[in-house]
Design a protein around this ligand. Structure first.
Ligand SMILES: [Fe+2]
Ligand SMILES: [Fe+2]
Length: 375
């Protein structure tokens, strides 16, 4: 088999793979990263940058990886090669960037990279609107990009544009869904807490950190973070006399208060969205205890949904650190000790271990800038 035929077959394989990967990824950041990697591989380029237009600000924006860090690059529309492609909708192919006056070495200065060959094409949606620019740099072997490369990059750009629009739409839907959830959650906790938004935010952050430390994927951890504010949604059904009582609750009142888990179950029952189904599991089970002494069902160990075991730690920790009508705020160290001493009884030991691991970050969240004293 000739090298050319081998190359063509490899490219075809990469193209098929490109279509599959790109259609699966719904998160915009991951999609852009995936596109950059795939496109430079297919085009035999050393690097690919995906720019997106921010028409309001009149700039192209791209996040470039630099070691472990991501730097955001902003190019004014109409300036530099990518900016020109975005402004005119015309592709640009130049063999030697530094010999071309349209090239601006600003990005090389930021990234420490040496650009030679540049191939840049517009990313257009099916209405012909320009969403951004694909820019591939430095073809392997020091060659210039040719007409075949340009045709191929335009083809990839048209597939990518559809995927980018879908990802943007998905993120928009998710954002509005989250905003609704958040506002709903604030309503639920509004009556009994002065600092509702802070409490919900802290729980979201701690539960996200815990889920990540426990090995949940980024997407799963984000879902837990987003659903967690609804844990006490059932409080809307608890009477003022009980919810707002400044002192200790008697047995009857405690029974009434515990009903908030069941009210939450009713409010969130039979939800179609997977996020609300998750919120349902959390709201019903966040007061279950690992040893079976919790409520409403007295579930034990791993029969308590994992997400609810995570929220239990985040919720108790934050509730202790916050002032409530029936108690002052506890110092962070004391709340931490309470979580650690509840390992295996109140809380899942795996979650408590994860909490120990994220504790330095948690301390910063509560404004403690010093390292915790060893116990
Ligand atoms: Fe609760
Ligand atoms: Fe809460």
């Amino acid at each position: 088999m000739t090298t050319k035929k081998l190359d063509a077959e490899k490219r075809l394989q990469l193209l098929v793979q490109f279509g599959i990967f790109v259609s699966k990824e719904r998160r915009l950041d991951s999609l852009l990263e995936l596109l950059a990697g795939q496109v430079s591989q297919i085009l035999n380029g050393d690097r690919c940058t995906v720019f997106l237009c921010d028409h309001k600000a009149g700039v192209l924006v791209s996040k470039v990886a630099q070691g472990m860090k991501h730097t955001e690059i902003r190019v004014p529309l109409g300036r530099s090669i990518a900016g020109l492609v975005a402004a005119t909708g015309e592709s640009v192919n130049i063999p030697d960037a530094y010999a071309d006056q349209r090239f601006s070495p600003d990005i090389d200065r930021v990234t420490g990279y040496k650009t030679r060959a540049v191939l840049a094409v517009p990313l257009k949606n099916n209405k012909g609107e320009i969403l951004g620019v694909f820019q591939v740099l430095n073809k392997a072997g020091g060659h210039a990009f040719d007409e075949d490369d340009k045709g191929l990059l335009l083809l990839l750009a048209s597939v990518a544009a559809g995927a980018i629009e879908n990802a943007k739409l998905y993120e928009e839907i998710k954002r509005s869904q989250l905003e609704t959830i958040y506002r709903l959650a604030i309503t639920a906790e509004y009556r009994d807490q002065k600092d509702t938004a802070r409490h919900l935010e802290n729980i979201s952050i701690i539960s996200y950190l815990l889920a990540t430390a426990l090995g949940f994927s980024k997407e799963e951890a984000e879902d837990i973070k987003c659903a967690s504010p609804l844990h006490d949604i059932g409080k809307v059904g608890v009477k003022d006399a009980v919810l707002l009582k400044p002192g200790r609750l008697n047995d009857e009142e405690q029974k009434e208060m515990r009903l908030h888990t069941l009210f939450g179950a009713k409010i969130l029952a039979n939800a179609e969205s997977s996020l609300l189904q998750l919120a349902h599991r959390i709201s019903v089970c966040h007061h279950e205890k690992y040893d079976g002494s919790g409520y409403p069902k007295g579930l034990k160990g791993d029969s308590i949904p994992y997400e609810a075991r995570i929220i239990a730690v985040a919720d108790v920790f934050d509730a202790l650190c916050m002032p409530r009508i029936y108690k002052p705020a506890w110092p962070v160290e004391q709340a931490y000790d309470h979580i650690v001493s509840g390992s295996g009884t109140l809380f899942d030991p795996k979650v408590v271990n994860a909490f120990k691991a994220i504790y330095p970050t948690v301390r910063k969240l509560y404004g403690c800038n010093t390292v915790a004293e060893p116990a």
